[in-house]
Every structure is written in structure tokens, then in C-alpha cells.
Design a protein around this ligand. Structure first.
Ligand SMILES: C[S@@+](CC[C@H](N)C(=O)[O-])C[C@H]1O[C@@H](n2cnc3c(N)ncnc32)[C@H](O)[C@@H]1O
Length: 299
């Protein structure tokens, strides 16, 4: 699920400051829920690199707590998988996770404020992955240019940037007017646009990711979309995750909603309410993630 907006600031503010450290558990749980999708993405990228590729170095840029970094270490057994992120607490978490999964030796971390120096200097990575991080940088094209520079010739760049908003409620959840989730999506889009406009060095760009990858000098540009489809009834961890998401939504985009929708959110996060996300039988989780890819030319 898209973890935005997600700041923990008080109700009544349109704060677009993100406290990434406070989001650690949420990001890791979100990654864990998406593990089947992440593993399929890594398999697709391994296939795209080709059976003969000697994959030694994979960068996960804006890794957060390193769920995908660890998937890469599993998928490419001869590779070092590097989590690159600006939040030290999340990198610590990536290391703990790697240790727990027995991947300790091959998962490393690099603290970097982007756009800036990626790990290992230019031209050293076989695969550079970035999921939901480039859109937190003011100059998205500049960020992609940096990802492309980190690749060795013939290396693959993969960015998870698009897809569809996650859905988890029926069109009419029986709370207020039908269509609540579409209105929540719209409120998040408004919040997201404000967040982007307030980023340092913010540049508006048409988010045509294939064109942006080509402008970064990459060739063979393509895309694939993967689905996460968890039908109702959801298990406990998925429900708890959705409740955390809804709680943050109430705090961050509550002001973009009318009173009826805010009341619906209050019911959804209420642990005792039969209509609450922890108890309702119809909650599901459906999300689509698009991965855009491009190759650094060999000459
Ligand atoms: C939405 S999370 C994505 C985490 C993970 N890649 C995923 O898909 O779940 C964005 C990540 O980008 C990192 N980030 C945001 N702005 C950054 C910057 N300027 N420099 C470095 N990292 C940054 C945050 O610390 C956070 O871990």
C-alpha cells in the first residue's frame, strides 16, 4: 500500500513533513505484506538481466527498512545488496532484518542524502532499484540521472513509481456516502501535490517515467505491472497495518474531507466497532505496482 501521506503530526494541520524514522514499522509491515509482489519483481529483473549476467552489486535507493534489499540478496546469491537511504534508523533496521534472515554478510547499508553520492561511485552497480523514493526528491529527473550514472554499462535500472491506488474497502462500505475510498485517494493526491511543491528545489515534470528514463540515457525502456491481491477476509497483520494507515490518513488529510467522511474514518479505526477495519469481514487488499526499467548502454 502506498504509505503516503504518513506524517504523525497533529490533526488539523496539512503538514507535509515526513518523519521517516517514525514510519519504520509501517514501512516494514507494508513491505512484508507486499513480499509476494516484491519477489516476483526481483525474479522479473533477474530474467531481464539475462541468465549469463554476473550480478555482484545491487543498490536499493531509498530503501527504507530494507525489505526489498533483502529480497535482492535472496534473489542474487552472489551479490552484495546495498540499502541506500537518508534515514539512519531505517538502515539500522535493514541490517537487523538481514541478520534475522541469515543474509547478514551480503546486505550492507549506505547513509546518503539524495540526490548525492550513491554507494560505490559511478558505474559499479549491476542493478539499481528505487521504489517510492524518487517522488520525494525535488528534481525527479536529476535523481533518475543519478541512478543511471551508478550503473555499469549493460546494468539495469528499475523504478517502482506508478500503479494504482491501493483499495481495501468495497465501493459502499456502509459508512456515510458510497465512494469513500475514492475520496480518500483524491485527498491523498492533494496532499501529495502539496508535499511535492514544498520539497527543496521542487521541479514539476510530466511523470512520463519511460521518457524520463530515456532522458537519463537509458535504452530498452519498458514497464511491467504486478498485482497484490489479498481477498477478504484479511488476516490480523494486514488489518492492523490498514488501521495504522487509516489513523494516519485521519491525522494528515482529515482537513481535506467533509464531516461525514471524517466520521466514517473514526468508525474504521475504532477497534471495537463492527464496521471498523479490524473487525469488518469485507476488508481486502488490492494493489498494483508498475516497475519501469531501462538499460545503461554498453557504448
Ligand atoms: C516511501 S519510503 C520508500 C521505502 C521503500 N523503498 C519502499 O518502497 O517501501 C521513502 C524512503 O526514501 C527515503 N528518503 C526520502 N527522501 C530522501 C532523501 N532526500 N535522501 C535519502 N533518502 C530519502 C526515506 O528515508 C524513506 O526510507
Amino acid at each position: 500500500m502506498n504509505p503516503h501521506p504518513a506524517s504523525g503530526h497533529a490533526h488539523g494541520h496539512h503538514s507535509t513533513d515526513l518523519d521517516w524514522e517514525a514510519l519504520a514499522t509501517h514501512l516494514e509491515t507494508n513491505g512484508e505484506l507486499h513480499l509476494p509482489l516484491l519477489r516476483r519483481a526481483a525474479d522479473r529483473l533477474r530474467t531481464a538481466l539475462g541468465p549469463a549476467a554476473d550480478v555482484r552489486r545491487v543498490l536499493d535507493v531509498g530503501s527504507g527498512p530494507g525489505v526489498m534489499t533483502c529480497v535482492f540478496a535472496e534473489t542474487f546469491p552472489d551479490a552484495e545488496a546495498v540499502a541506500v537511504d537518508g534515514t539512519p534508523a531505517l538502515l539500522d533496521r535493514a541490517l537487523v532484518r538481514a541478520g534475522r534472515l541469515g543474509l547478514g554478510g551480503r546486505v550492507t547499508v549506505r547513509h546518503a542524502e539524495l540526490p548525492g553520492d550513491l554507494d560505490g561511485g559511478p558505474g559499479t552497480a549491476d542493478l539499481v532499484w528505487s521504489s517510492k523514493a524518487v517522488h520525494h526528491l525535488g528534481d525527479q529527473q536529476g535523481a533518475l540521472d543519478g541512478l543511471a550514472r551508478a550503473l555499469r554499462p549493460g546494468g539495469l535500472c528499475a523504478g517502482a513509481a506508478g500503479g494504482l491506488p491501493t483499495r481495501f474497502l468495497p465501493r459502499d462500505p456502509g459508512l456515510g456516502r458510497p465512494g469513500l475510498q475514492a475520496r480518500l485517494d483524491a485527498a491523498q493526491e492533494d496532499w501529495f501535490a502539496t508535499m511535492r511543491a514544498e520539497l527543496p528545489g521542487s521541479v514539476r515534470v510530466v511523470e512520463d517515467w519511460p521518457a524520463m528514463l530515456r532522458r537519463a540515457g537509458l535504452t530498452g525502456v519498458g514497464a511491467f505491472t504486478l498485482l497484490l491481491d489479498l481477498p477478504a477476509p484479511l488476516d490480523e497483520p494486514a488489518r492492523a497495518h490498514l488501521r495504522a494507515h487509516l489513523t494516519r490518513l485521519r491525522d494528515t488529510v482529515g482537513d481535506f474531507l467533509d464531516a461525514e467522511d471524517r466520521a466514517a474514518l473514526d468508525v474504521l479505526v475504532d477497534p471495537e466497532a463492527p464496521g471498523g477495519i479490524l473487525r469488518r469481514p469485507d476488508a481486502f487488499l488490492l494493489s498494483a505496482t508498475t516497475v519501469f526499467t531501462g538499460v545503461r548502454p554498453t557504448r
